[in-house]
Design a protein around this ligand. Structure first.
Ligand code: NDP
Length: 315
C-alpha cells in the first residue's frame, strides 16, 4: 500500500512543497492538516497534486480543542498513520504585544510547540498501530534556535532559562508570555518555540524509540527566504531578505529544494536514524548536525516535556 503521511501547515511554503514532492512519487498519500481548508485545497490544486494523492483535514494548532477534534476526525477516516510531520509555524517578529491561542498561551510557543506537542502525543497511538516498515515522527526545527551557529547568534537569542513563564502558562496575566519569564519579544518567542520543538523530538526519542522502533528526527531545511513565514515582517525586510540570503550568507534554498529535503527525511530508506537533527551542505547532501547546548540539554528536554504535558491536559 501507499504510505500515509500527515503534514501540518501544508497549505504553503515548506509544507506544501513537501506534500508535492511526496505525492509525485506515487508512493504517498498526504494528509494536509491545515487551519484554512479552502486555502489548502486551492494550494494543492495549483501545485498540481493529483486528487487521489491527498486529503485536506481541518486543524488549528492554536486551539487544543481543535487538535483533539482533528485526531477524532482522522481516526474516523480509517486511514493509517505512518509518518507525522510537525511543520506549521507562526513567526511574529514585529509584534509589540503578545497575542494568544484559544487556551491563552502566547501564540508562537502555543502554536509551534504546544499544539504540536498535544498532536504528536495523541498521534503516537496511531503511529504505534501502523504496520508500515519505517514509521517516523518529524518536527521541523530551525537554525535560529541553535546558538552554536552564526545565524543562531543574531539577537534576540533563544533562551528558555528556568522556564518560569512556561510553568505559569505563558498567559501574560499572572505569568510572563515568554518561556523564560522575560519581556515579550516576538522574534525570541519564535526561536524559543523552535528550541522546544528540537528538545521535544529528543525526548520522544529517549522515551519511545527503543520500545516502538519509530524514528524521531528534526531538521533545518535551509533558509527558505520566500515563504509566508516572513509575512509579518516589515516590507523592506521582505524585499531585501531573499537576495541577502542568496548572495551574502548563501544559505538560501528554494521552496522546491527545501521540500525535497523534508521529503527525504520522510521517506529516504537511509535516513532511519532516530534522535537526529538533519541539515544539508552547499551541495545539498544531508549530514547529522550538532544542536546547541540548550537545544540538546537532557534536563531541559524533560522539563519542557513535563510542563507541556500539564498545559495541554495530558498530566
Ligand atoms: P509558511 O508561513 O509558508 O508556512 C507555515 C504554515 O503553518 C502555513 O501553512 C500556515 O497556515 C500554518 N499555520 C500557521 N498557524 C497555524 C495554526 N494555528 N494551525 C495550523 N496551521 C498553521 O512558512 P514556512 O513554510 O517557511 O515554515 C514551515 C516550517 O519551516 C516552520 O516550522 C518554520 O519554523 C520552518 N523553517 C522555516 C525556515 C524559512 O526560512 N522559511 C527556516 C527554518 C525553518 P496558513 O497557510 O493558513 O497561514
Amino acid at each position: 500500500r501507499k504510505g500515509s503521511v500527515m503534514i501540518t501547515g501544508a497549505s504553503s511554503g515548506l509544507g506544501l512543497a513537501t506534500a508535492k514532492a511526496l505525492a509525485e512519487t506515487g508512493k504517498w498519500h498526504v494528509i494536509m492538516a491545515c487551519r484554512d481548508f479552502l486555502k489548502a485545497e486551492r494550494a494543492a490544486k495549483s501545485a498540481g497534486i493529483a486528487k487521489d494523492n491527498y486529503t485536506v483535514m481541518h486543524l488549528d494548532l492554536a486551539s487544543l480543542d481543535s487538535v483533539r477534534q482533528f485526531v477524532d476526525n482522522f481516526r474516523r477516516s480509517g486511514r493509517p498513520l505512518d509518518v507525522l510531520v510537525c511543520n506549521a509555524a507562526v513567526y511574529l517578529p514585529t509584534a509589540k504585544e503578545p497575542t494568544f491561542t484559544a487556551d491563552g498561551f502566547e501564540l508562537s510557543v502555543g502554536t509551534n510547540h504546544l499544539g504540536h506537542f498535544l498532536l504528536s502525543r495523541l498521534m503516537m497511538e496511531d503511529l504505534k498501530q501502523s504496520d508500515y516498515p519505517s514509521k517516523r515522527l518529524i518536527i521541523v526545527g530551525s537554525i535560529t534556535g541553535n546558538t552554536n551557529t552564526l545565524a543562531g547568534n543574531v539577537p534576540p537569542k533563544a533562551y528558555l532559562g528556568d522556564m518560569r513563564g512556561l510553568v505559569g502558562g505563558l498567559n501574560g496575566l499572572n505569568s510572563s508570555a515568554m518561556v523564560d519569564g522575560g519581556e515579550f519579544d516576538g522574534a525570541k518567542a519564535y526561536k524559543d518555540s523552535k528550541v522546544c520543538n528540537m528538545l521535544t523530538m529528543q525526548e520522544f526519542h529517549r522515551r519511545y524509540h527503543e520500545e516502538t522502533g519509530i524514528t524521531f528526527a528534526s531538521l533545518y531545511p535551509g533558509c527558505i527566504a520566500t515563504t509566508g513565514l516572513f509575512r509579518e515582517h516589515i516590507p523592506l525586510f521582505r524585499i531585501l531578505f531573499p537576495p541577502f540570503q542568496k548572495y551574502i550568507t548563501k544559505g538560501f534554498v528554494s521552496e522546491e529544494e527545501s521540500g525535497k529535503r523534508l521529503a527525504q527525511v520522510v521517506s529516504d530508506p537511509t535516513l532511519t536514524k532516530s534522535g537526529v537533527y538533519w541539515s544539508w551542505n552547499k551541495d545539498s547532501a544531508n549530514f547529522e548536525n550538532q544542536l546547541s547546548q540548550e537545544a540538546s540539554d537532557v534536563e531541559k528536554a524533560r522539563k519542557v516535556w513535563e510542563l507541556s504535558e500539564k498545559l495541554v491536559g495530558l498530566a
